[in-house]
Design a protein around this ligand. Structure first.
Ligand SMILES: C[S@@+](CC[C@H](N)C(=O)[O-])C[C@H]1O[C@@H](n2cnc3c(N)ncnc32)[C@H](O)[C@@H]1O
Length: 206
């Protein structure tokens, strides 16, 4: 990895920072997704976050919810993955797996049941356009029909990501453009019927 992602996370700390603002929008979207996504007949929902960082966008929201939410965080950095595991323990969330693995490698998702909600936050700004296309094209293989994806991208480049979702069978639920910051947060639902191709090879490289 080319950047110090532990240091990058310090951008969340200053109150009112753009990253702190983005965090609030992502959490609000996740609360909404937990109320509106499909679930298993017993109410179980599976969340997957790719390039999950320390999980601060997902774990506190899941802790507010009932305990039928299962979480998989995929994060390559060992320090951030450890922090995510500590947060899950502190919040008493037993159904959280933090996989220290390459989220850009399709093999990481082998045998995984499809998620009801998937987060791809802080991903599209770090990968090239071809990888962004491959990643969005792969998402239907990772989520259930009607599943919800929450994603972020800064500035006008977010419009290209937004268009990719429209091209790959997703309906837009929301697209947040704050008046005073460059971050954008999109939320898209996979429209059925779903005919995902096989998930193989590499989706993206940071
Ligand atoms: C911009 S940060 C976003 C973190 C988190 N999603 C958030 O929004 O707070 C990108 C994260 O991706 C992780 N990362 C980079 N390459 C990765 C890969 N191939 N597989 C999994 N995680 C990766 C980094 O360690 C970092 O935590």
């Amino acid at each position: 990895m080319s950047r110090d992602w532990v240091e990058w996370h310090q951008g969340y700390d200053p109150p009112g920072s753009p990253l702190a603002g983005r965090l609030e929008v992502v959490r609000q979207n996740l609360r909404r997704a937990l109320g509106t996504s499909p679930s298993e007949p017993d109410g179980t929902r599976r969340i997957v976050s790719i390039c999950a960082g320390d999980g601060r966008d997902v774990l506190p929201v899941v802790a507010e919810h009932d305990r039928r939410v299962r979480v998989l965080l995929v994060e390559l950095d060992q320090t951030l993955a450890r922090r995510a595991r500590e947060t899950a323990d502190d919040l008493d969330l037993p159904a959280v797996e933090v996989r220290t693995a390459d989220a850009g490698d399709a093999a990481t998702y082998l045998g995984l049941p499809p998620a009801h909600i998937l987060l791809a936050c802080g991903v599209f700004g770090n990968i090239g356009p071809g990888d962004a296309r491959r990643t969005v094209a792969a998402l239907p293989a990772l989520i259930v029909a009607g599943g919800i994806v929450i994603w972020t991208r800064a500035g006008d480049a977010s419009l290209e990501v937004r268009a990719l979702f429209a091209e790959h069978g997703f309906n837009e639920l929301s697209f947040t453009v704050p008046p005073d910051a460059r971050f954008r947060v999109g939320m898209h639902r996979l429209a059925g019927p779903v005919r995902p191709g096989p998930l193989t090879g590499r989706l993206f490289r940071f």
